[in-house]
Write a protein that binds this ligand. Structure first.
Ligand SMILES: CC(=O)SCCNC(=O)CCNC(=O)[C@H](O)C(C)(C)COP(=O)(O)OP(=O)(O)OC[C@H]1O[C@@H](n2cnc3c(N)ncnc32)[C@H](O)[C@@H]1OP(=O)(O)O
Ligand SMILES: N[C@@H](CCO)C(=O)O
Length: 387
């Protein structure tokens, strides 16, 4: 058995609290663009115990503004509570008595992993000089983390939205290391509609005077591009929810204490203000743009002879699910994935009025899918092994 490399999980001066960090210091990470990213740090968290044969490791991949905090409350180092908290723990779908869960913050992110706010080669924040990233670059970094942890093959790789894109790239790019695959609310390739919504959000950020061409990380507190990021979140949040669901929830109702006939807000306006305010307190605008660009780069078929040929590379067990009311990554995109993946079950539908965010909100339904997929992963494990 290979020992864990000594640097793994070591806390270094400057590392964020509440996470383990792995530093890939030896060589710069080669990127799809031809550029190289030096000094990559991956922040990650784990739950459960790695079995002696290392066959129970499951990689769980977060969406655009998520991070490594899969479960647990908000607290020092964790600006938000765990995004699948209800699904994680002993006896839960992500059963920590059985599985060793590894959750990295994506490359380009802002919760510990190297991103635009991280120090660049001159010691100052990268800002606009941070290299363009693709989903494949993010997976390349996660591959290095897997190597550092001594995990040759994940029992399963799971993810939703941007996490689903990375899960798909793991399966297609590294099928021998992907034991089973669960993809939620993600497409085989980003389409015009998604790229268009993303462009509107990027324009909102860049229009903010505080953006300063992306060189705002040294600005005084409160002088960053918060207004632009907030506007981007409002646009994005509408794509994460469904029109009829918002209609049923808010209709034309006035925010209590305000009168829309006299310049006050409707409830929906206040609700979007709230989500914008929350995000600007926990997220970096440069990361938002870098990760959005990575999502726009997503195309499984690029350089692989097209989507169908790419998906045929992965023959392991797979489950693909979409949300019935998702207007960002509509259900037909997941249906195409389920049809083209040789080992996939028929498309699973998450029945929800909440739109794209259903993969975060509908925990009962998502939990059943995770149990089904991990049940198949368990059946494929080479030999019994307890953590
Ligand atoms: C659970 C978490 O916070 S996850 C944190 C990390 N986040 C991620 O990884 C993914 C990003 N997260 C998200 O996208 C979202 O937070 C989701 C999908 C998890 C939110 O799902 P829901 O809980 O269903 O959100 P919902 O749309 O009902 O919004 C609830 C919030 O809106 C607020 N709200 C509702 N109506 C109004 C209104 N009229 N005016 C102002 N605020 C309002 C609620 O008070 C609540 O505030 P809180 O989140 O600060 O407690
Ligand atoms: N609401 C989620 C969905 C993105 O897919 C997020 O902010 O990460």
């Amino acid at each position: 058995m290979r020992p864990l490399p000594p640097a793994t999980g070591a806390w270094r001066e400057g590392d964020p609290p509440g996470r383990r960090c792995w530093h890939h210091a030896e060589t710069p990470l080669p990127l799809e663009s031809g550029r190289h990213l030096p000094g990559v740090r991956i922040a990650y968290e784990t739950w459960g115990r790695l079995a002696p044969d290392r066959a129970n490791a499951v990689l769980v991949l977060h969406a655009l503004t998520g991070d490594s905090h899969l479960a647990g409350p908000a607290g020092p180092g964790h600006p938000a509570p765990g995004w699948w908290d209800a699904l994680t723990g002993p006896g839960r779908p992500l059963d920590t008595d059985r599985w060793f869960l590894v959750v990295p913050n994506a490359l380009g992110g802002c919760q510990g992993t190297t991103g635009p706010a991280s120090p660049g080669p001159d010691g100052r924040p990268w800002g606009p000089d941070f290299p363009h990233l693709t989903i494949r670059d993010q997976v390349a970094a996660e591959l290095l983390l897997a190597d550092a942890l001594g995990i040759d093959r994940w029992a399963a790789v799971l993810g939703g939205s941007m996490g689903g894109m990375r899960a798909l790239e793991w399966a297609v790019g590294h099928p021998e290391r992907t034991g089973a695959l669960l993809v939620l609310a993600a497409p085989a390739a980003a389409g015009a509609d998604q790229i268009g919504w993303s462009a509107a959000q990027a324009a909102a950020i860049r229009a903010d005077r505080g953006w300063r061409g992306g060189r705002y990380h040294d600005a005084a507190p409160g002088e960053g591009p918060h207004l632009g990021l907030g506007a981007a979140r409002r646009i994005a949040h509408l794509t994460y929810r469904a029109g009829p669901g918002l209609e049923a929830r808010f209709g034309r109702a006035a925010q209590p204490g305000e009168d829309p006939a006299d310049g006050g807000r409707h409830q929906i306006e206040s609700y979007l203000d709230h989500h914008a305010d929350k995000l600007t307190r926990r997220f970096d605008a440069g990361s938002y743009l870098a990760l959005s660009a990575a999502m726009n780069s997503h195309d499984l078929g690029r350089g692989r002879g097209g989507t169908t040929a790419a998906l045929a590379r992965y023959r392991g067990p797979a489950l693909v699910a979409g949300v019935t009311t998702d207007r960002l990554h509509p259900l037909h995109q997941q249906r195409e994935l389920a049809r083209a993946l040789p080992g996939a079950d028929p498309l699973a539908e998450i029945d929800s009025p909440h739109g794209h965010d259903g993969f975060l909100v509908e925990t009962d339904q998502v939990g059943r899918l995770i149990r089904a997929l991990l049940g198949r992963a368990l059946a494929r494990r080479p030999a019994p092994s307890t953590p």
